[in-house]
Design a protein around this ligand. Structure first.
Ligand SMILES: Cc1cc2nc3c(=O)[nH]c(=O)nc-3n(C[C@H](O)[C@H](O)[C@H](O)COP(=O)(O)OP(=O)(O)OC[C@H]3O[C@@H](n4cnc5c(N)ncnc54)[C@H](O)[C@@H]3O)c2cc1C
Length: 407
């Protein structure tokens, strides 16, 4: 009797799938990594990798290659909310204090190459069109090659890392466990000649950020989802007004500067958790969990899930009971790690709690010794529930009281 063609088939070769394939292959497993795209290829993203994600790149031995693409270290953050300005940096992870924002065609290429270098077989231009099953258990995929031929690859585990509209999730029948309404829409472009660090502005009608990348500065504008239909009718005008209304000083700095590319954007900012696993399959990255990109967690989340899945199942792949137990542990731990930031993102993205954030930033502006903890919480290093020390809570309460006395 012959066994499956591979130990693992991974569908989708970007920031979730490529590291998973690499890490499985580094553990000695036979891995097939498939993507319908042909690389290098870009994807929608404002590019920012928070420090926990950067630390994983370092741990995997890939940070130097990412840095060598020429994306600058982002170790100074400016956060401004309605005129209150806080500056600083997080304390970092494993000694790494900088975030990075590499162009996605560069980052994703490095990750796919690393998977191949680790021994994974990589097939670009191959689209998964169906799953293979024995009874209820998924045992492989059917994939169409660029010449139109359809082939089968069998495996002990099929990993869906194929994005928010995941075909693996649909074909496996993954249930949606949690779903919340869309809250924002996002537009961005790239600018030349703009002097900027990583800057975030939260204003009366939206959010604006500057993200220095390899060859330019990305400037993003986020709007409430309720305005999407109006915004998309004249996206460039809306984008410009959003910057002017919410980051007026940045707007002045942009005057006379050159926009290098067209505007990119989306209103499809879904918020959900899907069932993370079933018999013979698992979902990682956007395929299993998606949240509004306003808080820039998606890349780091994808890295974390890739590593968590491999750590949970790699030793038990050949044993059905061990694999089932490993998948259950992966699913439980995924939800435990991601739920607090999901909830926090929903709060920020619906502008709920803006008064509370305003009071917090006002307290930080007056007491900068607390800012590092704040930026740790934003980066996903400090659990949010640990941000508020009794001292900080008292300072925030003072600010809130002072504001209500004025208004
Ligand atoms: C506007 C915007 C801004 C963002 N900004 C940030 C940010 O600043 N920082 C951050 O951390 N995150 C950000 N994100 C989120 C981040 O980009 C995603 O979370 C991340 O790209 C998810 O990676 P992934 O590998 O799970 O999926 P994807 O990047 O969607 O990759 C899925 C891959 O699967 C392939 N695929 C799909 N279907 C099939 C199939 N049937 N067969 C074979 N291959 C298939 C696709 O070709 C694709 O290459 C942003 C997202 C958006 C939309």
């Amino acid at each position: 009797m012959t066994g499956p063609d591979y130990d693992v088939v991974v569908v989708g070769a970007r920031v979730a799938g490529a590291p998973a394939a690499m890490l499985f292959a580094r553990r000695g497993h036979r891995v097939l990594l498939l993507d319908r795209a042909v690389f290098p290829a870009d994807t929608l993203s404002t590019l920012y990798i928070q420090q926990p994600g950067v630390a994983r790149l370092a741990r995997w031995g890939l940070l130097e290659e990412v840095r060598a693409t020429g994306c600058p270290p982002l170790d100074h953050v400016v956060y401004e909310l309605e005129g209150i300005r806080v500056e600083g940096c997080s304390s970092g992870v494993d000694g790494i204090r900088a975030a990075y924002a590499p162009r996605r065609h560069l980052l994703d290429g490095i990750l796919a190459d690393a998977a191949a270098a680790a021994g994974a077989e990589v097939l670009a231009g191959h689209e998964v069109v169906d799953l293979v099953r024995e009874g209820e258990r998924v045992t492989g995929v059917r994939h169409r090659s660029p010449d139109g031929g359809v082939a089968t690859a069998t495996a002990r585990l099929v990993v869906g890392a194929d994005g928010m509209r995941s075909a693996v999730a649909r074909l496996a029948g993954a249930a949606t466990a949690v779903e919340r309404p869309r809250l924002t829409c996002a537009y961005y472009s790239f600018w030349q000649g703009l002097d900027a660090v990583f800057e975030m502005y939260e204003g009366p009608t939206g959010w604006v950020a500057t993200v220095p990348t390899n060859d330019a500065v990305l400037v993003s504008a986020y709007f409430p989802q309720g305005r999407f239909e109006r915004v998309r009718k004249d996206a460039l005008d809306s984008y410009t007004r959003c910057i002017e209304d919410n980051a007026p000083a940045l707007f002045e700095r942009l005057l006379g500067k050159q926009r290098l590319e067209r505007l990119y954007g989306t209103g499809d900012q879904r918020n959900f958790f899907r069932q993370a696993r079933g018999p013979g399959w698992a979902l990682i990255g956007d395929a299993g969990h998606h949240k509004d990109s306003l808080t820039a967690q998606g890349i780091g989340d994808a890295f974390m899930q890739a590593e968590l899945l491999v750590d949970s199942v790699a030793d038990g792949l050949a044993d059905e009971a061990a694999l089932t137990a490993g998948l259950a542990a992966f699913a439980e731990e995924r939800d435990r790690r991601l739920t607090p930031y999901f909830n926090a993102t929903l709060l920020v993205a619906q502008a709920e709690g803006r008064e509370q954030r305003r009071a917090l930033l006002a307290a930080l502006a007056e007491h900068p010794d607390h800012t590092q903890r704040y930026f740790d919480a934003v980066a996903g290093i400090l659990p949010l529930e640990q941000l508020y020390t009794p001292e900080l809570m008292a300072l925030v309460a003072q600010q809130a009281k002072a504001r209500s006395a004025v208004s």
